[in-house]
Design a protein around this ligand. Structure first.
Ligand code: 6PG
Length: 468
């Protein structure tokens, strides 16, 4: 009998090729499909044994080679490509087959595709995959959402290929519909926030403490062996060490200061606004990428305005307060993203379990960090926790570091170093932990000019005043 393969994958770019090889390493047979013959041949060559890994450019051959129900993952660019691949597969699929979109698709696109395909008896999953090319090869964090029963068919494969945290797989069924893509979107929003914060700390260490690249390397390396341990801090330490092949300096100094984006951070912010959930540490990370893109205007403006001369801070002191401020603001950024997830879960019926999400982020993904073990425990202790800042286990962590964030934000403001991620994190903290905010005045103004009414502190009801 002709051999049938356990798993199919469309899109043999770096991510797809690595993912399929990872599937094969874990004892499953896998078949790839791509229109590009070179990519097909490259996979066959790298796979080494076509009984384990095979590939074709022909969709029919691909689908005939898969065992049913077919489990087909798409790793193609989000957007139109996903729809066109689906249309190409559809005529030769059977009822009960599964299509898993592993890209960063927008969650409403996933809902649309799921509704369309379920009418045809096809199960559609949006599954966020995080960890970059290396993660795909050696173990990513996978965030699947869709039909729970159908997930059982792909569960053993995903559990085998995913990253492991102390033996536990970094994948879990997250919820119905687009839950998987939504969670991955917020993962990326948090990723934007953490990256922005790290870049601010780099800036302040460099400008305020004259840290050299070697010193930056050592500082981040040291931090990575302690409570700031995380993928992003780890790679940051390595970045400072990298020599530039074209000059005698370090590569980081030669890179243009314009950050690009594919949109997931912006979607997180936009959706948080729609939900009415504040995520200012993420919002400003998106804004900073936008400001960074205005390089020409920045150069022009730089010439028009004087900046304060940056005062020098003692290196040891600066290292201590930057570590504390970074730890503080990392916590605040996770708190905001998780708050958004909890609210979206209610709004969109995702039935998310926040502890489970923190759990599968502990390894494999870009935002993996030692902190996520503490976050997991906080939500396991109280699965209804609206915000991480309300967890008793986080009070001391935040309380003992917030003053360094204050000091650093003040230093940045005084010396003209932009620290918007840090200051937004601090402001969010100060506002969220204030039982009284000055928004009573805003209500009074609204009522003054528009009769929008207000509520009172001392009695129930809706009030209006003739102010003039
Ligand atoms: C991941 C990453 C991955 C991708 C980012 C980059 O989790 O593995 O998030 O999905 O590298 O989306 O996003 P930007 O291009 O928007 O920075």
């Amino acid at each position: 009998m002709e051999q049938k393969y356990d798993f199919g994958l469309v899109g043999l770019g770096v991510m797809g090729r690595n993912f399929i090889l990872n599937v094969a390493d874990n004892g499953f047979t896998a078949y790839g499909n791509d229109l590009d013959e070179e990519k097909v041949n490259a996979l066959i060559k790298e796979g080494g044994d076509i009984k384990k890994v095979n590939a074709t450019t022909d969709v029919k051959t691909f689908l005939n080679a898969l065992s049913t129900p077919r489990k087909i993952m798409l790793l193609v660019p989000a957007g139109k490509a996903v729809d066109s691949v689906i249309e190409g597969l559809l005529p030769n699929l059977d009822e009960g087959d599964l299509i898993i979109d592993g890209g960063n698709s927008f969650y409403t696109d996933t809902d649309r595709r799921e509704a369309y395909l379920s009418q045809k008896g096809i199960n559609f999953f949006g599954a966020g995959v995080s960890g970059g090319a290396e993660g795909a090869r050696k173990g990513p964090s996978i965030m699947p959402g869709g039909n729970k029963e159908a997930y059982q068919h792909v569960k053993p494969i995903f559990e085998a290929v995913s990253a492991k945290y102390q033996g536990e797989p970094c994948v879990a069924y997250l919820g119905p519909k687009s839950a998987g893509n939504y969670v991955k979107m917020v993962h990326n929003g948090i990723e934007y926030g953490l990256m922005q914060l790290t870049s601010e700390i780099y800036d302040v260490l460099k400008k305020g403490g004259d840290f050299t690249n070697d010193e930056l390397h050592h500082t981040f390396k040291k931090w990575n062996s302690d409570r700031l341990q995380s993928f992003l801090v780890e790679i940051t330490s390595e970045i400072f060490e990298k020599e530039d092949d074209l000059t005698n300096g370090r590569l980081v100094d030669m890179i243009l200061d314009k950050a690009k984006q594919k949109g997931t951070g912006k979607w997180t912010s936009q959706n948080a606004m729609d939900l009415g959930i504040p995520v200012p540490s993420i919002d400003v990370a998106v804004s900073m990428r936008e400001i960074s893109a205005l390089k020409k205007e920045r150069i022009q403006a730089d010439k028009l305005y004087d900046r304060p001369k940056v005062a020098h801070m003692d290196k040891d002191k600066l290292e201590k307060i930057t570590e504390e401020a970074l730890y503080f603001s990392f916590i605040i950024t996770y708190a905001q993203g998780l708050h958004q997830l909890a609210d979206a879960s209610k709004e969109y019926g995702y039935e998310l379990n926040i502890a489970e999400i923190a759990k599968i982020w502990r390894a494999g993904c870009i935002i993996r960090a030692g902190l996520l073990a503490d976050i997991t425990e906080a939500f396991m202790a109280d699965d209804k926790l609206p915000n991480l800042l309300l967890s008793p286990t986080f009070v001391e962590k935040v309380q003992s570091t917030v003053n360094s964030a204050r000091e650093l934000v003040a230093f940045g403001a005084k010396n003209g170093i932009p620290l918007p991620g840090l200051s937004n994190s601090l402001t969010y903290f100060d506002a969220y932990t204030s039982s009284r905010l000055p928004l009573n005045l805003i209500q009074a103004q609204r009522d003054y000019f528009g009769s929008h009414t207000y509520e009172r502190l001392d009695r129930e009801g809706i009030f209006h005043t003739e102010w003039e």
